[in-house]
Design a binder for this molecule. Sequence first.
Ligand code: GAR
Length: 218
Amino acid sequence: MTFSRKRVGVLISGRGSNMRSLVEAARAPDFPAEITLVLSNIANAAGLEFARKQGVATTVVDHKAFSDRESFERAMHETLVGRGVELVCLAGFMRLLTPWFVEQWRGRMLNIHPALLPSFRGLHTHARALEEGVKIHGATVHFVVPEMDAGPIVVQAAVAVLEDDTPEALGARVLAQEHRIYPLALNLVARGAARVEGARVKIEGERPAPDALVWPRA
Ligand code: GAR
């Protein structure tokens, strides 16, 4: 049987630990996607170094070199298409995307967000979760739509908020879950097991355990 892996471009702006979890997962011979390109809008993003060492192609499209958002995005889009990218994963990519770019990759672009969406869109999610006194926090992988930190949810993982938590401690536990669920979500999407139906994602052949803290299961 022939097995073709989806070609994935990962967009980063910094540390790139989620990108790293994707690169590591894609090493498995049966993983349905390969990381074809890591693209950063920041030339000295720490994650680029890791990708290079792994032999993954990297490129920088510096947003500051463009006069407006759309020409920056056109350059990114051309780079991705030029490398034959089929799926885009935003992994700590800290630029807002225009509806034009989102439309080019509709149904083919994922994002990871450090909160249980639709709660805590935007920045400083861990500090805000603590301020609000929520008892459960977590992370979400979702398809990207023009609205920020919205779009059909593929996978979520929950963590308990502890009495003496700090944003840093809580964030570290959430990040550990991010590293589990991003590869899981990419796996589901790349092999066509997660499909968008309206505002929701239908996962083929999976049934949740009633007390699951990661859904669908890792
Ligand atoms: C991650 O926690 C990711 O969820 C978050 O930025 C961090 C990037 O870390 N993304 C957002 O807040 C997007 N709204 P990483 O560079 O180590 O993957």
